[in-house]
Design a protein around this ligand. Sequence first.
Ligand code: FES
Length: 175
Amino acid sequence: MNRYEFLKSMGLTGAALMAALTSCVHDDDSVVNALTISPVQSGTTTTPATSTTATTPTTSTTTATGNGTDLSAIKNRLLTVDLSSQAASELKKVGGYIAQSGIVVAQVSAGVYVAVTQTCSHEPKKQVIFNVSEFYCTAHGARFDLTGKGKNSFGSRGIAVYKVATDGLTLVVYS
Ligand code: FES
């Protein structure tokens, strides 16, 4: 097979064939590197020359990964909360809180969670809640700020604050 026959077999016709034949190759070249020649569609058929563009993968794998935070390395877990569960529905709004396993977790501002022990430091009563912008004991009125510092005499001993991490799907309280 000579170069003309080879190029014709590649589908080259007309001007494209002439351009390929007159390109910088020697007369005695009998083989043209087929990988450097883009097939040119001729005349009336105009199907796209590339077949690799239509099937790029979509991002479906990112839909269930939350914010990308890796919670797997967290040790000393005290509480794990599935944020999609009904029990955690209060945590979806700013100012909402839950009390589970002796821990109060509140969303204190958009996407910011703080966790403290549910047991008051005034007397060991498990009556601490989150109230608007602070932790509060319903027994005698002890008040604690978001760092656990007491805000009145009943709360003067402060309250234990725990670490919190979330990937947007799960929330982990740990020490
Ligand atoms: S037990 Fe909490 S304020 Fe007294």
